[in-house]
Design a protein around this ligand. Structure first.
Ligand code: FE2
Length: 594
């Protein structure tokens, strides 16, 4: 059975194709259209999925959209009317937005793909999140918790899932918390208040939190109050997101926390103002973690299960996830590589396959590499046309050469195989570098990523060596498989891992098993043989404001526009011409590693 899942029209659209119960392709529209966070109907992603499977649209048995448009329409209409007359400005905008495309989804999908309307199905948004989390995880029975900003009405749900021995699958929802009471909206409100982009920059708030003290926790708790049934409500006097699209926080919020940060002002931690913003971030982070931990503890108590599957955008918060592992009572926590809305494309298709059609259960390969493959010969051709020398090497020689590059302090753009699905580069579209010095961190920030200096870089480490360099609790390696948790760097290694150690001594690491990305694993080992430390800095292969690269041509164009020294795509290696200055820098780094 061929089922296409679609997530679209909010942010980060995506498509996924499930054939006979397992994904064959999943890709975000932004990676193909090259518009970061592209929310458009994902025509390119759909085309890419069908092309990869060699399939025509009329061979699809079903096309599933990741939410129920009429339910969402009901929510927007109800909330807008409830907030009248304050909402009168927002009303036409909300209606235009919804009536323009979202409500008529069946017709839009049907006409874009030429499939009959009866083949177009819908899942609820949090059903899709739950299915992404549970059905892609290597567990047969687990509690499920999903949390995001909002879908139709639900903003958080708890339940469980079971893959039965007769091949059938059950996903149950026990309870849900409904809009406007939303942990995602609480966090996004602070994201906006701190001058960052909502739905995109939430992770910057988490990075900023490490610089602050949670001294405003009691103030944040005024905004989110516990209810006797173990849930929470937001005090709507502090928010405006439910009544207007213009601003998410109210003047009462500003009275409590002070003036908001201008997005154009850099944050200076040496000023009281800069410290206040960091303290705000630390405080909302703490309240988010505490609330998630309490909800998970009671879910653990209720289900008595050992496994928890987490879904929704809130599951991208690696600090909260590490605390859940430590304190919730669950022994194993699974977070998919794409827990956010893009990931719902896979979840919607799998939910439809297992629950709607009742097709038999299947194990899903435990990796994030569902996108288009990179072509090394394309890179060789592009580089040669430009007069760069491009070497095509066999595997062992390439690994040795790139390990030499990294040990010599060169920054490497690394492309191999299929593109990652989800927001993180997990070894197929990565910028790799030596993780040892703060100079390397500053160089990457200044010359390649052009981003705020307070944001840390992430490391990747082979599973065999992870415990030596990082303090990983039981179950932590699983959570770090897709970079879903933040754990401490061992104190004795922090001086030699400066570029990936955050100000609070932690790192958002990826623990790599050889079977998931064998070439990167071999590269880590080869780098370890040269430097004694098999750890590399691994950051997504993109420039600020651009989506992660997909094809060789995008990698090559990025390589030309920034100071990446070496570019690798499959077996092809291209190096920039070296200057005298670069040779001096390489010698300096060689000395520091020694
Ligand atoms: Fe969502």
């Amino acid at each position: 059975m061929n089922i296409l899942g679609i997530s679209a029209h909010y942010h980060d659209s995506a498509a996924a194709l499930v054939v006979d119960g397992a994904p064959v392709c999943a890709v975000q529209e932004e990676r193909l259209s090259r518009q970061k966070g592209d929310a458009a109907f994902p025509l390119l992603a759909i085309e890419s999925c069908l092309q990869q499977a060699g399939m025509e649209p009329d061979e699809l048995d079903a096309v599933v959209f990741y939410e129920r448009p009429m339910l969402k329409f009901d929510r927007v209409l109800t909330c807008t009317l409830r907030a009248f007359p304050q909402s009168w400005r927002a009303f036409p905008k909300a209606m235009k937005n919804l009536l323009g495309e979202k409500v008529w989804m069946r017709g839009i999908i049907s006409s874009h793909l030429g499939v009959p309307g009866r083949k177009v199905l819908f899942t609820e948004h949090h059903q899709a999140h739950a299915a992404t989390a549970f059905l892609t995880a290597p567990t047969r029975r687990a509690a499920i918790m999903t949390a995001d900003a909002v879908g139709e009405w639900a903003t958080l749900s708890v339940g469980d899932g079971e893959r039965l021995s007769n091949g059938s699958t059950k996903i149950r929802r026990f309870r849900e918390i409904r809009f406007p009471h939303s942990l995602g909206m609480l966090y996004s409100t602070f994201t906006a208040y701190l001058g960052f982009k909502v739905n995109e920059d939430e992770y910057k708030v988490m990075g900023l939190a490490a610089y602050g003290k949670p001294r405003l926790v009691e103030d944040v708790r005024r905004l989110v109050r516990h209810t006797p049934d173990g849930a929470f409500v937001l005090d709507l006097n502090y928010f405006e997101f439910h009544s207007t699209a213009e601003r998410s926080y109210s003047s009462r919020f500003v009275e409590l926390f002070g003036p908001p940060r201008s997005p154009y002002e850099p944050i200076d931690f040496n000023t009281a103002e800069g410290q206040r913003f960091a303290d705000c971030a630390a405080s909302v982070q703490r309240v988010l973690e505490d609330t998630m931990v309490e909800l998970a503890q009671s879910l653990h108590h209720e289900t008595g299960l050992t496994d928890l599957c987490l879904g929704g955008g809130v599951a991208l918060n690696g600090v909260a996830n590490a605390r859940l592992l430590e304190e919730s009572g669950f022994e194993r926590i699974f977070v998919p590589p794409a827990p956010g809305d893009a990931g719902c494309a896979i979840g919607a298709a799998l939910y439809c396959d297992r629950i709607h059609f009742g097709n038999p259960d299947r194990d899903i390969p435990d990796h994030p590499f569902w996108g288009p493959s990179v072509d090394g010969s394309e890179l060789a051709r592009l580089a040669r046309e430009d007069g760069h020398s491009a070497a095509v090497c066999e595997e062992g020689a390439l690994i040795d050469q790139v390990a030499d590059d990294l040990a010599a302090g060169r920054i490497v753009g690394w492309m191999e195989g299929a593109l990652e699905f989800g927001p993180r580069a997990l070894g197929h579209r990565s910028i790799l570098a030596a993780p040892h010095t703060s100079e390397m961190r500053d160089r990457l920030n200044r010359e390649i990523k052009y981003r705020e200096p307070f944001r840390p870089f992430a490391p990747v480490v082979p599973i065999e060596a992870a415990g030596c360099y990082f303090d990983i609790p039981p179950g932590g390696a699983r959570l770090a498989r897709f970079m879903s948790a933040v754990f401490p760097v061992r104190r004795e290694w922090r001086a030699q891992l400066q570029a990936i150690t955050h100000v609070d001594g932690t790192a958002r690491l990826q623990v790599l098993e050889p079977t998931m990305a064998p070439r990167l694993h071999a590269l880590l080992e080869a780098y370890g043989r040269r430097t004694g430390i098999p750890v590399l800095l691994n950051t997504s292969f993109n420039l600020a404001g651009e989506p992660i690269v997909n094809r060789a041509v995008e990698g090559y164009s990025t390589f030309l526009r920034c100071k990446i020294d070496v570019l690798v795509a499959e077996g092809t290696r291209v190096m920039k011409r070296t200057s005298g200055m670069e040779r001096t820098r390489v010698n300096m780094i060689k000395e520091e590693v020694a």
